[in-house]
Design a protein around this ligand. Structure first.
Ligand SMILES: Cc1cc2nc3c(=O)[nH]c(=O)nc-3n(C[C@H](O)[C@H](O)[C@H](O)COP(=O)(O)OP(=O)(O)OC[C@H]3O[C@@H](n4cnc5c(N)ncnc54)[C@H](O)[C@@H]3O)c2cc1C
Length: 472
């Protein structure tokens, strides 16, 4: 093979997005992936019993469905089909009720009764302005094309989620619903800018949907890989890069790596000042994950939960805030906030006939060794009595397992680094995708716009490489 124009280290969604963006412009690209399977945080496997397909990492994909880059790719022609659950998200309360987010904005607002107007004002404003906002929110910091829309979003987004929820909503279920969505930011909910996560992910339920690929997350990876190959790109698996010095010559190298593994393979090439900046990059709370093979669907007390793709299990705003504060501050939450997805309810290819799968995780302290399984099951049982009796098998991943599986996720931090204001503004440093080494770029979720399956980090890193190292 003639030597490539560009090499991508790592085949996560950002690595594949970067490779596609380059290959589309008729450059030769090779992706080296350490693991036997491609996809990084977007993979599926039979983790419990034969015939039960579980998502190893990501399961719910509003950001992928809404990604401005993925939208330009013919992924449906390469096998990707999105499944939209009848209810995107349900949030059960102890009285047996549940707040629900439907694809329909009006239906969601109406169900919130006295908080309907507040939902329209805050979430509705973002849904409406999303076409103007997405180019600012899912991008590196830059002067916005729509400063007014961004200023309105920013007014709400920079607030702590807890404060915004209390000021906006009166009903406990509406406050809890917002808190649960904001908790995806993996920060204490009294910290800025946790409201941003609640607003963006909340609005995405109406803009793109909290959707899932038919057949599992792996299908998204497989579609990206298939399209890349159709453009002439190549992917080599079982190819862990130990040092960038071992790579064949190429004009550009793009690393789908967070700072710690990047330093391991390229640190010796960096000047001391840049090395020390990457060493100061902060990783945050970890994740404890469990996949269940189930005999029957989860017996949720609230009807809405039985029709929801995702269920947020954690009770009130106060409880969720306490659990998140504990996880970030090094204390094991007694009543963790559990994010749960139940894809097999809507996708029969995920489990044998009449059987079900469930995917669940909670936030724990960085690198925690605590066994959260009993606490997670207790929380589910609280809103779905009889759940435990339906479990056929479990597969557990501790923060250490998560890091072993993917070196980017230090301490089990699935965000590949804290997403607070400071680290969102300079991710992983003020240089963003560029490094001081000519032709060497970073394209992982440790660059803007950060965590999530959207490929925008890869796309923007590739754009930078195409304008510099790959310019003819
Ligand atoms: C448990 C869990 C649940 C999640 N849930 C969701 C969700 O529901 N929705 C969502 O949008 N996001 C979710 N995420 C986050 C999402 O998966 C990540 O943000 C996303 O995968 C980041 O993509 P990436 O391309 O930057 O890196 P990664 O996906 O981390 O990929 C990096 C790749 O690089 C490879 N690699 C590392 N070192 C080397 C080396 N030296 N040589 C060669 N290859 C190497 C790795 O093996 C990996 O394949 C979740 C993550 C986890 C872990």
């Amino acid at each position: 093979m003639k030597s490539p124009d560009a090499i991508v280290v790592g085949s996560g969604p950002n690595g594949l997005a970067a490779a596609i963006a380059i290959a589309r412009l008729h450059r030769k690209v090779v992706v080296y992936e350490a693991e036997p399977a491609i996809g990084g945080g977007v993979r599926s496997a039979e983790l419990t019993l034969p015939g039960f397909v579980h998502d190893i990492c990501s399961a719910v994909h509003p950001l992928a469905a809404g990604s401005p880059f993925f939208r330009t790719l013919p992924l449906d022609k390469h096998g990707l089909e999105w499944i939209t659950p009848p209810i995107m998200l349900a949030h059960p309360m102890d009285d047996g009720s549940a707040a629900a987010v439907y694809a329909s904005f009006d239906k969601t607002a109406a169900q919130l009764g006295e908080d309907a107007a507040a939902y329209r004002r805050v979430i509705g404003g973002i849904v409406e302005a999303w076409p103007q906002l997405e180019t600012s929110v899912l991008a590196p910091p830059h002067w916005p094309a729509h400063p007014l829309a961004l200023a309105r979003f920013g007014f709400y987004a920079v607030q702590p989620a807890e404060r915004l929820a209390r000021r906006t909503f009166k009903r406990p279920d509406a406050r809890a619903l917002f808190a649960g969505i904001a908790a995806h930011g993996m920060l204490p909910l009294d910290e800025r800018p946790t409201a941003a996560f609640g607003l963006v992910l909340g609005a995405m339920a109406h803009v793109a949907g909290w959707v899932m690929p038919r057949g599992g997350a792996q299908r998204l990876t497989d579609a990206l890989a298939s399209y890349l190959r159709s453009l002439g790109g190549e992917i080599v698996v079982n190819a862990r890069v130990a040092s960038i010095d071992d790579l064949p010559p190429a004009k550009a190298i793009l690393c789908d790596l967070s700072p710690r593994p990047l330093l391991a393979i390229a640190g010796h090439r960096f000047p001391a000042w840049y090395r020390s900046r990457l060493e100061r990059y902060r990783y945050g709370a970890g994740v404890f994950k469990v996949d269940f093979a189930l005999e029957k669907p989860i017996p949720w007390r609230a009807e809405a939960c039985r029709r929801a793709g995702t269920v947020h299990v954690g009770g009130t705003l106060e409880e969720i805030a306490a659990a998140e504060r504990d996880a970030v501050n090094g204390r094991v939450p007694e009543r963790p906030f559990v994010v749960l997805a139940q894809p097999s309810l809507f996708d029969y290819s995920r489990a044998p006939a009449d059987r079900q799968t469930a995917w669940a995780y909670c936030h724990v302290p960085h690198a925690s060794t605590a066994d959260m399984l009993p606490r997670i099951e207790q929380q589910i049982e609280r809103f779905a009595p009889g759940f435990r009796d339906r479990i056929l098998a479990r597969s557990v991943r501790t923060p250490a397992d998560i890091e072993r599986h993917n070196a980017n996720l230090v301490g089990g931090d699935i965000g590949a680094g804290v997403s607070d204001l400071r680290q969102l503004a300079a991710r992983p440093t003020l240089r963003g995708y560029s490094t001081p080494v000519r032709g060497l770029y970073i394209c992982s979720a440790s660059t803007p716009p950060g965590v999530g399956v959207h490929g925008m980090c890869g796309y923007f890193a590739a754009t930078r490489a195409l304008a510099e190292a790959l310019r003819d």
